[in-house]
Design a protein around this ligand. Structure first.
Ligand code: FES
Ligand code: FES
Length: 165
């Protein structure tokens, strides 16, 4: 795991994570991914490539899907971040989490948090997507295990049930 500190000075950075206000002390160029995982102990976002190619580190930033390995933490000052940990309501899984489990959309699970957040982003914009729109909406997220068809089916199934996030 590499963090680019660029020799800067740590600063207090405040933002909201899963609805809770947080203030961290971090180097401005530290990656949001590292701050989430190491300081805030939110380890759902995974590091795959570290280069913006795989989507396993995806989170929502003010509703936009971003690769947290590419976001310097200073950019999230004042923003609202949603991670996979923010989707379930207590013991009740989000409909996309249920659908991924039921359709076999999660196998090794490395891609799953990012894939589900990409699906949340997609369904927020298009509640009733076509299969092509699902594939397009998830095109920034790579999966080595499933061959994608179970994932596409899971998103279609969640769309049929309706999502609220
Ligand atoms: S780890 Fe961020 S896109 Fe791959
Ligand atoms: S379930 Fe293993 S990478 Fe997608």
């Amino acid at each position: 795991m590499t963090s680019s500190h660029n020799g800067g000075v740590k600063a207090k950075i405040s933002f909201t994570v899963n609805g809770e206000p947080k203030t961290v002390l971090a180097y401005p160029m530290e990656r949001l991914l590292d701050v989430l995982r190491e300081q805030l102990r939110l380890t759902g976002a995974k590091e795959g490539c570290g280069e913006g190619e795989c989507g396993s580190c995806s989170v929502l930033m003010d509703g936009m899907l971003v690769n947290s390995c590419l976001v310097p933490v200073l950019q999230v000052e004042g923003c609202s971040i949603v991670t996979i940990e923010g989707l379930a309501a207590g013991e009740t899984l989000h409909v996309l989490q249920e659908a991924f489990l039921e359709c076999g959309g999660a196998q090794c699970g490395i891609c799953t948090p990012g894939m589900i957040l990409a699906a949340v982003h997609l369904l927020n914009a298009k509640p009733d997507p076509t299969v092509d729109e699902i594939r397009e909406g998830l095109s920034g997220n790579l999966c080595r295990c499933t061959g994608y068809s179970q994932i596409v089916e899971a998103v279609a199934d969640a769309a049929r049930r309706g999502t609220s996030t």
